[in-house]
Design a protein around this ligand. Structure first.
Ligand SMILES: [Zn+2]
Length: 407
């Protein structure tokens, strides 16, 4: 029953990542340093003690108020930590304990995994990639909520990790029976589970043994290219999606392979277009991806068998692209209809220009106010450094309370 120990550890790891995520959410979109200064009360700038900075527990210890000035600390901090912890734990439960993707390796090693906690390395890679997916989507979602751009560097780093994991743990095509894969190898062994839904193409080119690193790399590159095409299109039609937000498609491509992205594209674009027509021009892309991506991934063992031949050999690709292009056109029209209500938030530079008007708000290296070059001068009795200063009117309506923030 050692597996429950792993589950607990993964949950704690997720909480810790969530704690770091809070810092990323508040600092990166404003171009601030992530490591300096240390976490402090957003109101009185008193550094937070390490035991008050523990995920969730710290918030409970101080009863949601700063020890020093008694200002309320935003409930968003424990919420993000809890969601991140639950997300990481859910990845472990679904992939390892429930084996939702029907990995042969989990079935054959069931006793070892459950009784001795001997989880094979490829499964850890999958748990890691799931956890990073949860982290990235939470980051993107809360940046959307705050009407801030999604920081591109985080998307790029997580994309690079996913590509690396794809090379280390390539995935055999889904409609190939395990026996065939076993026979195709010179040394029969249980095939490694990989990150992608499917490899580059099926049937594979001659001399390409599924499960080989370069096939995994090819799959990640093909998926990233498909995602990049969508990224370019979304950027080309204008609209309020920030660079990092649109780049989520490139990451999704590396994670799912080009087939998966092709299936997701029309669905997510229809949701985005609908949102743009009915609600606001900038839809919650992270939320739509967060709902559709796991659904596709975990139904793929059943869905893949029937969809794959249609997708590759039939009219599938054309239909997907056609519907997706129509939805993209509808989205572009909807954005035009709004005019350009939030163009200032499309790029980080816009926020920084905005922040530069208030020197006390800007300590980042991109600061144009002239105070940042000497390390920032925020230690005086200045207003909150990291407080959720609403970048525009939308945000002001969204967050009327001026809660202080602890990071
Ligand atoms: Zn305080």
């Amino acid at each position: 029953m050692l597996i429950y120990t792993w589950l607990m550890l993964i949950f704690l790891l997720g909480l810790t990542v969530g704690s770091a995520l809070n810092v990323l959410i508040y600092r990166l979109p404003l171009g601030k340093s992530v490591i300096w200064p240390s976490s402090r009360c957003g109101y009185c700038l008193t550094p937070i003690r390490w035991h008050d900075n523990l995920p969730i527990l710290g918030y409970l210890l101080v009863l949601g108020r700063c020890r020093h000035c008694r200002q309320a600390i935003s409930w968003r901090y424990p919420l993000v930590e809890l969601l991140c912890g639950l997300g990481w734990a859910a990845g472990f439960v679904v992939e390892v304990m429930l084996n939702a993707q029907h990995f042969p390796i989990v079935t054959s090693l069931r006793v070892f995994i459950w009784d001795y906690g001997a989880v094979p390395l490829p499964l850890w890679a999958i748990v890691l990639s799931d956890g990073l997916a949860v982290t990235l989507l939470l980051l993107a979602f809360f940046c959307w909520w705050d009407r801030r751009p999604v920081p591109l560097p985080v998307v790029a780093v997580i994309w690079a990790i996913v590509v690396g994991l794809n090379v280390l743990f390539p995935w055999p095509a889904p409609n190939v029976p395990v026996e065939v894969i076993l026979q195709s190898r010179t040394h029969p062994q249980v095939p490694l589970p990989g990150l992608q839904l499917a490899s580059v193409w099926h049937p594979m080119p001659k001399n390409a043994i599924e499960g080989e690193p370069w096939v995994g790399l090819l799959g990640a590159v093909a998926g990233s290219c498909a995602g990049w095409c969508i990224f370019r299109l979304l950027r080309g039609i204008g609209g309020p999606l920030s660079l990092g937000e649109a780049a989520l498609w490139i990451w999704a491509g590396a994670l799912l392979g080009w087939q998966g992205v092709l299936l997701l594209w029309p669905i997510v674009m229809l949701l985005l277009a609908g949102w743009a027509w009915l609600m606001t021009p900038r839809g919650p892309l992270a939320l739509f991806l967060g709902l559709s991506l796991p659904t596709l991934r975990y139904t793929w063992p059943h869905l893949g068998q029937s969809v794959y031949p249609w997708l590759v050999h039939g009219w599938g690709i054309g239909s997907c692209v056609g519907v997706a292009l129509l939805a993209t056109a509808a989205y572009a029209l909807a954005v035009r209809r709004w005019g350009q209500p939030v163009p200032t938030l499309a790029e980080p530079s816009a926020i920084l220009t905005h922040a530069a008007g208030r020197p006390d708000q800007c300590t980042g290296r991109y600061c144009r106010s002239g105070t940042a070059d000497d390390g920032g001068t925020t230690d005086s009795a200045s207003p909150p450094v990291d407080s959720a200063s609403p970048p525009n009117q939308h945000a002001e309506q969204q967050n009327p309370q001026t809660e202080t923030t602890g990071h």
